[in-house]
Design a protein around this ligand. Structure first.
Ligand code: NAP
Length: 301
C-alpha cells in the first residue's frame, strides 16, 4: 500500500529497483487526484506490472523530476495543476495538438526522449459522443468560462473539430481576445463569437446554440452563483457541466427541469485517462475497468 502521494526528494533517492511506479500524476497539490483510481484498475486488467502513483512536485523541481523519472524507467505520466504550462517547455518534443491547446497533460518516456501531448481535447470529444451521441463537428457550441484553462482547451478542440459555431463566454471579456484570434485561424470568421458572462448576452446567444458547456468553477460549492446568470435553457439544448463534484450541479438541475439532455464532467475525466493509457501502451484501454474504478472513487467521496 503506497502513501497518498510521494514528493520529489523521495524519487530523487529511489533506485530503479525500488521505484514503486511505472506511471504517475505530477501536481501541487496532488493528493486529491483521482488518476490512480482510474489507471491502477487498467494496469491490473491488462496484466501490466507496477503502479500509478501521485507525485507532489514544486514548480522549480519539475524539469529535474521528469529527468529522474526517465532514469527510473517510468513509462508515462499525467500532469495536473499547476504544471500543464511548465510541461510544455520542459519536454523534448510537443505534439502539434498540445501546442495548439497551449498545455501538456500527458508525458511519454520513450527512446530516451520525453514527449508531451494533451489528452483533454480528444477525451472531451469522446465524452460528448458518449453523453449525447453527437459529434462536435455537427454542433453549435457555447463555452461558458472559455477564458479559463479547461474552457480554453475545449474551445480550441471544438475549433480543431470544425464545429458549426463557437460561442465564447467569459466573466472577464478581455481574456477571450487571444482565444478568439486563435480560433479564427482554425475556423472561418462568422463561426466564432465572444460574449460577456451576463444575462442579456446569454439570452441573445442561447437560441443559436445546441450544446452549452459550463467550464467555470461555478457549481462546485453550494453558495456559488448561477452559471446561466438568469438566462434559461430550453428542451432542445444539450448541457454539459465540466464540474463532476457534486454529481448534479445547479446548472444540470436547471437544464433537466426544462427537459434538456444534461451530463456532468465525469466522462471527460474518464476519457482523457483512456486516451493517455492508449498512448502509453499502444493498445486499447480497458474502458469499463477504468469507469468502475472512477465511479468507486467518486462515490467514496
Ligand atoms: N471534467 C474534467 O475532466 C475537467 C477537467 C478540467 C477542469 N474541470 C473543471 O472545469 C472548471 C474550470 O477549471 P479551470 O482549470 O479551467 O479553472 P480556471 O483556469 O481557474 O478558470 C476558471 C473559469 O471560471 C470562471 N469563473 C470563476 N469564478 C467565476 C464566477 N464567480 N463567475 C463567473 N465565472 C467565474 C473564470 O472566469 P474569469 O476568467 O473571469 O476569472 C474562468 O473562466 C473546474 O470546475 C474544474 O474542476 C473539469
Amino acid at each position: 500500500m503506497h502513501p497518498a502521494y510521494f514528493t520529489y526528494p523521495q524519487i530523487r533517492d529511489w533506485s530503479a529497483v525500488q521505484a514503486p511506479g511505472v506511471l504517475a500524476v505530477l501536481g501541487d497539490p496532488v493528493a486529491h487526484s483521482l488518476s490512480p483510481q482510474l489507471h491502477t484498475p487498467a494496469l491490473r486488467a491488462c496484466g501490466i506490472a507496477g503502479d500509478y502513483i501521485r507525485l507532489e512536485v514544486k514548480e522549480a523541481e519539475f524539469g529535474e523530476a521528469l529527468r529522474r523519472m526517465q532514469e527510473l524507467g517510468f513509462i508515462g505520466a499525467n500532469v495536473t495543476i499547476p504544471h500543464k504550462f511548465t510541461a510544455l517547455r520542459s519536454v523534448d518534443q510537443v505534439s502539434d495538438q498540445a501546442r495548439q491547446l497551449g498545455a501538456v497533460n500527458t508525458l511519454l518516456f520513450r527512446n530516451g526522449r520525453i514527449e508531451g501531448r494533451n489528452s483533454d481535447g480528444p477525451g472531451f470529444v469522446r465524452a460528448i459522443r458518449e453523453a449525447f451521441g453527437r459529434e462536435i463537428r455537427d454542433l453549435r457550441i457555447m463555452i461558458i468560462g472559455a477564458g479559463g484553462g479547461a474552457g480554453r482547451a475545449v474551445a480550441v478542440q471544438c475549433a480543431l473539430e470544425q464545429c458549426q459555431q463557437l460561442v465564447l463566454v467569459n466573466r472577464s471579456l478581455g481574456k477571450l481576445v487571444s482565444l478568439q484570434n486563435q480560433a479564427l485561424e482554425i475556423i472561418s470568421s462568422g463561426k466564432v463569437l465572444s460574449f460577456a458572462h451576463d444575462q442579456a448576452s446569454l439570452e441573445k446567444a442561447l437560441p443559436n446554440v445546441d450544446l452549452v458547456i459550463n467550464a467555470t468553477n461555478l457549481g462546485m460549492k453550494p453558495e456559488d452563483g448561477p452559471v446561466l446568470a438568469g438566462a434559461a435553457l430550453t428542451a432542445s439544448h444539450l448541457a454539459y457541466d465540466m464540474v463532476y463534484r457534486p454529481n448534479e450541479t445547479a446548472f444540470l438541475k436547471q437544464a433537466r427541469t426544462v427537459g434538456a439532455n444534461a451530463c456532468n464532467g465525469l466522462g471527460m475525466l474518464l476519457h482523457q485517462g483512456v486516451v493517455s493509457f492508449e498512448w502509453w501502451f499502444d493498445r486499447a484501454a480497458p474502458l469499463e475497468a477504468m469507469r468502475a474504478g472512477l465511479m468507486t472513487a467518486v462515490s467514496a467521496g
